[in-house]
Design a binder for this molecule. Structure first.
Ligand SMILES: [Zn+2]
Length: 141
């Protein structure tokens, strides 16, 4: 099978399959999620796909009460804010994702450094369903 190109499209396709995939630079071993075709650290394009374990910790987050129309349609908003965060994976890549399973109305209960595990949300955006990368607290079920 032909390897998929290192694009957002491929990344999304893997998400639909329930896989969090990144690209690893074979020159300097840096890992990127979503994948990059060219390593920004050493300028090499010698990449290979790598399946992430899907565990990491929260590095930064923000809870958003004023959503886009698409988010409002999904039930998020002032009464039910959604949370977006930066997660540092065990593989050392940093990825921006939705943070689920946390109390977004009480952001003080969400703490940087908390262990997270990957989750794949199916959302109907109106123009068809898509898979959204998310993380939830580790061992939260
Ligand atoms: Zn590199």
């Amino acid at each position: 099978m032909e390897p998929r190109p290192f694009t957002d499209h491929s990344f999304q396709a893997y998400l639909r399959e329930g896989k969090l995939m990144g690209s690893r630079c074979l020159a300097c071993q840096a890992v990127f999620v979503p994948p990059r075709a060219l390593c920004p650290q050493c300028d090499q394009s010698n990449m290979e796909w790598e399946l992430m374990e899907g565990r990491g910790k929260l590095v930064a987050f923000t809870c958003i009460a004023i959503g886009t129309p698409a988010m409002l349609k999904l039930g998020y908003g002032r009464e039910n804010p959604y949370c977006t965060g930066v997660v540092e994976l065990e593989e050392k890549a940093r990825v921006v994702a939705r943070i689920e399973g946390v109390d977004t109305r009480n952001p003080g209960t969400i703490s940087v450094g908390m262990p997270l595990q990957v989750d794949f949300l199916q959302e109907d955006s109106g123009s068809g369903s898509r898979t959204v990368l998310a993380f939830k607290p580790l061992h939260a079920g």
